[in-house]
Design a protein around this ligand. Structure first.
Ligand code: PAF
Length: 277
């Protein structure tokens, strides 16, 4: 992969990478089309599919992760991908590998707190993919807002010569964010799960009120939205966070420009979502 990437670069061809773990859906498709547009006519779009064991902190979750290779290939072909890069686990990381790439500030809260070691796995594998594919541009989805922020910081701190593009979340008609994990939801869970984004939209509405929400009002709003998600989605909420979009630190006053993120289990499926307020 790296040898080929070097040839493209020497030939002056723009390389655009969309790193994924497969189980491609309309959200990924929009990233791939964006990549096609960014690469232009002479450019090369590379999609990688690698279900990265380093970022799973639950063996069951890793074992159950969907791997529909045939339909993934079709999605890539339909979206104008030139090269599908599917490295094997042994090729990506030798059994005695002992090097990690870790971002330690933006990765601390939310997903980082709920899934210890998760972001260390993400940054390590993304660093590898950037070194293997040598892209000019890499495209990530805003659905994983914290991941995009952590990767952006890693790219800045380690001087990776790549530009990151973060593309908007694609939603089902109900508002539910597209995710590979939605495949695990039953029909009833799927329709209930849209209560998560409705709670985020309610937070947006509150943030747009003249003075915003602060102090006891903010705690009450959080409790109300968590209870609402518990009732409407029958969701077990892991966190509902209102945070600064740059530092990812919780905000004390909910105002326009802040962001809201949620992680919750609907049935046995863990879902995450976030919106700008
Ligand atoms: O967002 C994902 O699918 C993964 O976290 C990524 C960026 C491909 C790294 O494994």
């Amino acid at each position: 992969m790296q040898g080929q990437a070097l040839l493209w670069r020497r030939g002056g061809r723009r390389v655009v990478l969309v790193p994924t773990m497969g189980a491609l859906h309309a959200g990924h498709e929009s990233l791939l089309r964006r990549a096609r547009h960014l690469a232009g006519q002479g450019g090369v779009v590379v999609a990688s599919i690698f279900v990265n064991p380093l970022q799973f902190n639950n063996a069951h979750d890793l074992a159950c992760y969907p791997r529909p290779t045939k339909s993934d290939r079709a999605v890539c072909q339909g979206a104008g991908v030139d090269v599908l890069f599917m490295p094997g686990t042994g090729a990506m990381r030798k059994a005695d590998a002992s090097t990690w790439v870790e971002e330690t500030a933006l990765a601390a809260g939310m997903e980082g707190a709920a899934r210890p070691g998760h972001f260390r796995g993400v940054t390590t594998v993304v660093a590898q993919l950037l070194n293997l594919v040598l892209p000019d541009v890499a495209v990530f989805g805003e659905k994983d807002y914290q991941q995009a922020a952590v990767v952006r910081r890693m790219v800045r701190d380690l001087h990776f010569p790549v530009r990151l593009v973060v593309a908007p979340t694609v939603r089902e008609p109900s508002g539910l964010a597209m995710s590979s994990r939605n495949a695990h939801l039953s029909a009833a869970e799927r329709s209930r799960a849209s209560a998560l984004v409705r709670a985020l939209q309610a937070a947006r509405k509150a943030a747009r009120s003249a003075a915003g929400v602060s102090g006891g009002g903010l705690s009450r709003l959080k409790r109300r939205l968590v209870a609402q998600m518990g009732q409407d989605a029958r969701a077990q909420v892991e966190y509902l966070e209102f945070f600064d979009p740059q530092t990812l630190k919780p905000v004390r006053r909910l105002v326009r420009g802040a962001r809201a993120a949620v992680a919750a289990r609907v049935g046995r499926t863990r879902l995450i979502d976030n919106v700008g307020l």
